[in-house]
Design a binder for this molecule. Structure first.
Ligand SMILES: [Zn+2]
Ligand SMILES: [Zn+2]
Length: 200
Protein backbone atom coordinates (compact mmCIF):
# COMPACT_ATOMS: atom_id res chain seq x y z
CA UNK A 1 0.00 0.00 0.00
CA UNK A 2 2.66 2.49 -0.88
CA UNK A 3 4.05 3.67 -4.20
CA UNK A 4 7.67 3.76 -5.24
CA UNK A 5 8.33 7.41 -4.62
CA UNK A 6 11.62 9.03 -3.76
CA UNK A 7 12.25 9.39 -0.07
CA UNK A 8 11.79 12.92 1.04
CA UNK A 9 11.53 15.16 3.87
CA UNK A 10 10.17 15.15 7.27
CA UNK A 11 11.08 11.66 8.46
CA UNK A 12 14.50 10.16 8.61
CA UNK A 13 15.97 13.49 7.63
CA UNK A 14 18.63 14.94 9.91
CA UNK A 15 17.50 14.01 13.34
CA UNK A 16 17.65 10.86 15.40
CA UNK A 17 14.40 8.98 15.12
CA UNK A 18 12.54 7.21 17.86
CA UNK A 19 9.95 4.49 17.79
CA UNK A 20 7.07 4.39 20.25
CA UNK A 21 5.19 1.12 20.43
CA UNK A 22 1.57 1.64 21.43
CA UNK A 23 -0.29 -1.30 22.98
CA UNK A 24 -3.69 -1.67 21.33
CA UNK A 25 -6.37 -4.22 22.28
CA UNK A 26 -5.58 -6.79 23.54
CA UNK A 27 -1.90 -7.27 23.22
CA UNK A 28 -0.07 -9.19 25.93
CA UNK A 29 2.49 -7.22 27.98
CA UNK A 30 5.16 -9.92 27.71
CA UNK A 31 4.82 -10.11 23.93
CA UNK A 32 5.19 -6.33 23.84
CA UNK A 33 8.32 -6.37 26.00
CA UNK A 34 9.93 -9.02 23.78
CA UNK A 35 8.97 -7.04 20.71
CA UNK A 36 10.64 -3.92 22.08
CA UNK A 37 13.97 -5.79 22.47
CA UNK A 38 13.69 -7.50 19.10
CA UNK A 39 12.84 -4.29 17.21
CA UNK A 40 15.65 -2.44 19.05
CA UNK A 41 18.14 -5.05 17.82
CA UNK A 42 16.77 -5.13 14.27
CA UNK A 43 16.68 -1.36 13.69
CA UNK A 44 18.73 1.75 14.38
CA UNK A 45 16.21 3.93 16.16
CA UNK A 46 17.67 6.17 18.84
CA UNK A 47 15.13 4.65 21.20
CA UNK A 48 12.39 2.04 21.10
CA UNK A 49 9.95 2.29 23.97
CA UNK A 50 6.37 1.53 24.92
CA UNK A 51 4.05 4.52 24.96
CA UNK A 52 0.72 4.07 26.73
CA UNK A 53 -2.30 4.65 24.51
CA UNK A 54 -4.24 7.90 24.89
CA UNK A 55 -7.26 7.54 22.66
CA UNK A 56 -10.87 6.49 23.13
CA UNK A 57 -10.71 2.67 23.21
CA UNK A 58 -14.51 2.60 22.87
CA UNK A 59 -14.10 3.69 19.27
CA UNK A 60 -12.52 0.33 18.37
CA UNK A 61 -15.43 -1.71 17.03
CA UNK A 62 -15.50 -4.67 14.66
CA UNK A 63 -17.14 -4.77 11.28
CA UNK A 64 -20.07 -6.96 12.31
CA UNK A 65 -20.38 -8.86 9.05
CA UNK A 66 -16.67 -9.72 8.99
CA UNK A 67 -15.90 -9.97 12.70
CA UNK A 68 -12.68 -8.09 11.89
CA UNK A 69 -11.40 -4.59 12.49
CA UNK A 70 -10.59 -2.08 9.76
CA UNK A 71 -6.90 -1.18 10.00
CA UNK A 72 -7.46 2.42 8.90
CA UNK A 73 -9.35 3.12 12.16
CA UNK A 74 -6.25 2.18 14.17
CA UNK A 75 -4.13 4.65 12.22
CA UNK A 76 -6.68 7.37 12.94
CA UNK A 77 -6.55 6.60 16.68
CA UNK A 78 -2.74 6.73 16.62
CA UNK A 79 -2.76 10.06 14.78
CA UNK A 80 -5.03 11.44 17.52
CA UNK A 81 -2.30 10.71 20.07
CA UNK A 82 0.02 13.29 18.50
CA UNK A 83 3.79 12.83 18.43
CA UNK A 84 7.10 14.57 18.66
CA UNK A 85 9.24 15.37 15.65
CA UNK A 86 11.20 12.30 14.60
CA UNK A 87 8.82 9.97 16.44
CA UNK A 88 6.95 7.12 14.76
CA UNK A 89 4.07 5.39 16.54
CA UNK A 90 3.65 1.65 15.97
CA UNK A 91 0.38 0.23 17.24
CA UNK A 92 0.41 -3.48 18.07
CA UNK A 93 -2.89 -5.31 18.37
CA UNK A 94 -4.17 -8.86 18.82
CA UNK A 95 -7.32 -7.99 16.86
CA UNK A 96 -7.71 -9.30 13.31
CA UNK A 97 -7.29 -6.43 10.86
CA UNK A 98 -8.62 -5.99 7.33
CA UNK A 99 -8.53 -3.40 4.62
CA UNK A 100 -11.48 -3.14 2.20
CA UNK A 101 -10.79 -5.39 -0.79
CA UNK A 102 -8.46 -7.68 1.18
CA UNK A 103 -9.36 -10.67 3.36
CA UNK A 104 -6.93 -9.52 6.04
CA UNK A 105 -3.79 -7.46 6.54
CA UNK A 106 -0.81 -8.10 8.81
CA UNK A 107 -0.47 -4.35 9.15
CA UNK A 108 -0.91 -0.95 7.59
CA UNK A 109 1.15 2.20 7.44
CA UNK A 110 0.73 5.79 6.48
CA UNK A 111 3.65 7.34 4.63
CA UNK A 112 5.15 10.00 6.86
CA UNK A 113 2.73 9.01 9.64
CA UNK A 114 2.33 5.95 11.83
CA UNK A 115 1.84 2.20 11.47
CA UNK A 116 -0.11 -0.66 13.01
CA UNK A 117 0.47 -4.40 13.01
CA UNK A 118 -1.76 -7.27 14.10
CA UNK A 119 -0.26 -10.37 15.64
CA UNK A 120 -3.51 -12.32 15.31
CA UNK A 121 -2.37 -14.23 12.20
CA UNK A 122 1.28 -14.35 13.24
CA UNK A 123 0.55 -16.93 15.94
CA UNK A 124 1.13 -20.60 15.13
CA UNK A 125 -2.12 -21.35 16.97
CA UNK A 126 -4.01 -19.51 14.23
CA UNK A 127 -2.81 -22.20 11.80
CA UNK A 128 -3.71 -25.04 14.17
CA UNK A 129 -0.09 -25.49 15.31
CA UNK A 130 1.54 -25.40 18.72
CA UNK A 131 2.33 -21.95 20.14
CA UNK A 132 5.87 -20.71 19.44
CA UNK A 133 6.69 -17.48 21.28
CA UNK A 134 10.06 -17.01 19.56
CA UNK A 135 8.61 -17.40 16.08
CA UNK A 136 5.80 -15.00 16.97
CA UNK A 137 8.29 -12.27 17.91
CA UNK A 138 10.33 -12.93 14.74
CA UNK A 139 7.27 -12.57 12.56
CA UNK A 140 6.01 -9.49 14.41
CA UNK A 141 9.43 -7.84 14.10
CA UNK A 142 9.50 -8.42 10.33
CA UNK A 143 5.99 -7.03 9.92
CA UNK A 144 6.85 -4.06 12.15
CA UNK A 145 10.02 -3.23 10.18
CA UNK A 146 8.05 -3.66 6.91
CA UNK A 147 5.38 -1.16 7.98
CA UNK A 148 8.00 1.27 9.33
CA UNK A 149 9.65 1.03 5.88
CA UNK A 150 6.35 2.23 4.36
CA UNK A 151 6.17 5.09 6.89
CA UNK A 152 9.65 6.09 5.73
CA UNK A 153 8.54 6.09 2.10
CA UNK A 154 9.60 2.66 0.84
CA UNK A 155 7.30 0.66 -1.41
CA UNK A 156 7.08 -3.09 -1.90
CA UNK A 157 10.20 -4.86 -3.12
CA UNK A 158 10.32 -7.81 -5.57
CA UNK A 159 13.14 -9.51 -3.64
CA UNK A 160 11.61 -12.29 -1.52
CA UNK A 161 14.38 -12.03 1.10
CA UNK A 162 13.92 -8.27 1.58
CA UNK A 163 11.80 -7.13 4.50
CA UNK A 164 9.83 -4.91 2.08
CA UNK A 165 8.60 -7.96 0.15
CA UNK A 166 4.79 -8.06 0.32
CA UNK A 167 3.61 -10.93 2.53
CA UNK A 168 0.64 -12.49 0.86
CA UNK A 169 0.68 -15.23 3.47
CA UNK A 170 2.59 -16.17 6.60
CA UNK A 171 4.94 -18.28 4.42
CA UNK A 172 6.19 -15.08 2.76
CA UNK A 173 6.80 -13.56 6.19
CA UNK A 174 8.78 -16.62 7.28
CA UNK A 175 10.83 -16.60 4.07
CA UNK A 176 11.91 -12.97 4.25
CA UNK A 177 14.50 -11.46 6.56
CA UNK A 178 14.60 -8.47 8.91
CA UNK A 179 16.74 -6.30 6.63
CA UNK A 180 16.38 -4.12 3.53
CA UNK A 181 18.01 -5.29 0.27
CA UNK A 182 20.56 -3.39 -1.83
CA UNK A 183 17.85 -1.92 -4.05
CA UNK A 184 15.92 -0.55 -1.05
CA UNK A 185 19.23 0.71 0.25
CA UNK A 186 19.62 2.83 -2.88
CA UNK A 187 16.16 4.30 -2.24
CA UNK A 188 17.21 5.38 1.23
CA UNK A 189 20.72 6.51 0.30
CA UNK A 190 21.51 10.02 1.41
CA UNK A 191 18.78 9.97 4.02
CA UNK A 192 20.81 10.71 7.12
CA UNK A 193 19.57 9.05 10.27
CA UNK A 194 17.64 6.39 8.33
CA UNK A 195 16.68 4.01 11.14
CA UNK A 196 16.43 0.68 9.28
CA UNK A 197 19.22 -1.82 8.68
CA UNK A 198 20.40 -3.20 5.34
CA UNK A 199 21.59 -6.58 4.09
CA UNK A 200 25.41 -6.63 4.06
ZN1 LIG B 1 3.54 -3.54 2.62
ZN1 LIG C 1 14.21 -4.51 -1.06
Amino acid sequence: MSGRLPLTGTLGADRAMKLSIVPMPKVDGRVLANLVSSISESTEFESVRVRPPSYGVSSIRPNRARGQFESEGFLILLSEMGKEEGEILLGVTELDLYHPGLNYVFGQAERGGNAVISIFRLRQEFYGLRADGGLLIERATKEAVHEIGHVLGLGHCPSSSCVMFFSNSILDTDRKGFLLCASCRRMARGTAGFPLKFQP
